[in-house]
Design a protein around this ligand. Structure first.
Ligand SMILES: Nc1ncnc2c1ncn2[C@@H]1O[C@H](COP(=O)(O)OP(=O)(O)OP(=O)(O)O)[C@@H](O)[C@H]1O
Ligand SMILES: [Mg+2]
Length: 314
């Protein structure tokens, strides 16, 4: 049981004590957004008693033919920098995502892990925010190649964070209307004025959410998603998949079936313990590697696996 899970449990008990007898709706009682983030993969890490594994070089893409990436469409991106703290040059936000990245990396050193699905119980808990910022941090590290998939086809958001085109995207691929290469895009060479931003985003390939449609549940259940991960896998060091809320639609469970690991997001002051518990339960057949506590004002308790940053502009 992760510390974050326990913290949510404790917060729920405190909330109940303070609001005895009052029926509450986790969405309706949403707290104002707080600009800090705490992340943890304590559950798995605490089971690993040995020394922290040394990070291994991301060697996979080095051997890959460059033609694959030459064939991906370059499109104009205009990233929303204020929502991408992982792109900052340094400071606490970057450290936060670096910590999250190194926890995921540690798990990879224990067993093969390439595709990571990011999910949560309910909307607006920060799945897309964590997905895109984690992808950026992964791409910063040793120039890793990262495939970022917007699999929330009903409520796509990743194209907005990156200022990218929405179509064609995942539904066009899953329904057989487009090939894998046709739905992938990378940024045109110069993204903004900062060369560091350009060089990091260069390493990200986006499959956007495409034309939203009501067929998302059927599409995510199709064999095509598994085929996509299999076909794209050898070209990328990481695949990060943003998903819809697991308690509202079946898509995330379908997607998790084919992903190597699942990260669950809980939003501080918003996500209640029963919601986190139910989300984890829904994904019990998947490899849930931990919780990310998003937008926390301060660490819920002291310990090795809690990190925080303070940022006022996000
Ligand atoms: N740590 C944070 N600090 C500041 N803003 C945040 C943070 N996390 C998320 N947000 C903002 O909160 C809003 C909701 O976040 P996001 O879109 O990532 O949620 P979601 O779980 O993907 O929602 P949905 O289920 O609707 O797709 C966005 O405007 C996002 O930029
Ligand atoms: Mg989202």
């Amino acid at each position: 049981m992760s510390h974050i899970y326990e913290a949510l449990q404790r917060a729920e008990a405190e909330r109940k004590a303070g609001l005895a007898g009052v029926a509450t709706d986790p969405i309706a009682e949403r707290a104002p957004e707080h600009p800090s983030l705490v992340s943890s993969l304590a559950a798995q890490r605490s089971q690993h008693d040995g020394p922290i594994p040394v990070e291994v070089a991301e060697e996979k893409t080095a051997a890959m033919p460059p033609e694959f990436f030459d064939r991906i469409l370059r499109r104009p991106w205009n990233p929303s920098l204020e929502r991408l703290p992982a792109l900052e040059r340094g400071g606490m936000p970057v450290e936060q995502f670096r910590s999250l990245r190194s926890r995921v990396q540690e798990l990879r050193d224990l067993k093969p892990l390439k595709s990571v699905l990011v999910s949560s119980g309910l909307p607006k808990e920060g799945k897309s925010f964590i997905s895109v910022n984690l992808a950026i941090n992964l791409a910063r590290h040793k120039s890793s190649k990262v495939l970022l998939i917007d699999a929330d086809m009903r409520c796509s958001a990743l194209h907005q964070y990156l200022g990218a085109e929405l179509q064609p995207g995942l539904p066009e691929y899953l329904s057989g209307k487009a090939t894998m290469l046709e739905v992938m895009q990378t940024p045109q060479e110069a993204v903004g004025r900062d060369p560091m931003v350009s060089s990091v985003l260069e390493n990200i390939t986006l499959i956007p959410g495409g034309e939203g449609n009501d067929m998302a549940a059927d599409l995510t259940a199709s064999k095509r998603f598994e085929e996509l991960l299999t076909a794209a896998g050898p070209f990328f060091d990481w695949i990060v998949i943003d998903s819809p809320p697991v308690l509202l639609v079946s898509d995330a469970v379908n997607l998790a079936r084919h992903s190597d690991a699942v990260l669950l997001v809980a939003r501080s002051g918003v996500t209640t313990f029963p919601v986190a518990q139910r989300a984890q339960h829904e994904l019990k057949a998947a490899n849930v590697i931990g919780f990310v506590l998003n937008a926390a004002e301060k660490p819920p308790m002291s310990g090795n696996y809690y990190y925080r940053y303070q940022k006022t502009a996000v």
